[in-house]
Design a protein around this ligand. Structure first.
Ligand code: SAH
Length: 256
């Protein structure tokens, strides 16, 4: 099999969602762009293929502006590095569907900004200059992700893997009424969070393939805050497994 080198960017909102990745990298270079710390290194674990994988990674802080700015900085970080092949955003999210529970994985097959509303000039949710409400990752990326996640489903701490719509907004949702109203307007809505669709928009604008993967931390209801805090400390030590499962299977990612 021919050898390919990959450059994957991995972004999260919080340090807990990404910290365990650092131990998996060698030849680490550190960058600091104003308030954002970025690391870049080579995946050091055996992956049963000989591809060299550069990981450039950072956490953005919560919300659409933080995550859009962080994604942009990752994309333009260093002209000496090869171009980013794929930008992955991983982190936790509130469930927007009664069937989804903590530790279920949601792969976003459509991302929407639920707080974008320029009506009546544009239909609700449509982002004016690009005239789009949904961002969809490439089909080949989705297919590869599902293949890769087979080894995670119902293993270790993870439960089922779903794909569906993820809605993003500058709002922590802890109210069932809010979810009910979003679900009445957004088809196949499975999860709510605060960064995915803004990262998807940056990648769409800059023509970088992207993937948003969320692990359910809470049910976006009255218990959301308590559920969330208990969950995150455990998630911290497990989040790298999501990236590992994708990298193991990187030979099957068709981008070029
Ligand atoms: N630890 C915080 C909660 C953080 S929630 C507290 O309880 O004070 C904010 C982060 O988690 C964001 O990065 C967002 O993307 C994600 N998230 C998880 N559950 C969410 C929910 N119910 N609504 C919106 N964002 C949620």
């Amino acid at each position: 099999m021919s050898k390919n080198n990959f450059h994957i960017a991995v972004l999260s909102a919080m340090p807990e969602e990404i910290s365990s990745l650092k131990n998996k990298l060698k030849n680490i270079q550190n960058f600091k762009l104003q308030n954002q710390e970025i690391i870049s290194g080579i995946w050091k674990e055996e992956l049963s293929h000989s591809n060299e994988i550069r990981i450039t990674s950072s956490w953005s802080g919560w919300g659409k502006v933080n995550s859009a700015q962080a994604a942009t900085k990752l994309i333009y970080l260093n002209q000496d590095f090869p171009k980013i092949d794929l930008l992955i955003f991983t982190g936790v999210a509130g469930s927007a569907d009664n069937n989804l529970k903590q530790w279920d994985i949601v792969v976003g097959d459509a991302l929407i900004q639920h707080d974008m509303d320029a009506s009546p000039i544009f239909p609700k949710y449509v982002i004016p200059n690009i005239n789009k409400s949904f961002f969809k990752p490439r089909k080949e990326v989705l297919k590869w992700t599902f293949e890769s996640f087979k080894e995670l489903e119902n293993k270790i701490c993870f439960k089922k893997v779903y794909s569906g719509t993820i809605a993003t907004g500058d709002q922590f949702i802890s109210d069932k009424e809010n979810i009910i109203s979003l679900k009445s307007e957004i088809t196949n809505l499975l999860a709510v969070e605060m960064e995915g669709a803004s990262v998807a928009q940056v990648c769409f604008n800059d023509n970088v393939p992207w993937l948003i993967v969320r692990v359910i931390s809470d049910s976006a209801n009255d218990n959301a805050v308590t559920d969330f805090n208990d969950f995150v400390s455990e998630y911290e030590s497990k989040s790298w497994l999501i990236i590992q499962s994708l990298l193991k299977n990187i030979n099957h990612l068709k981008l070029k």
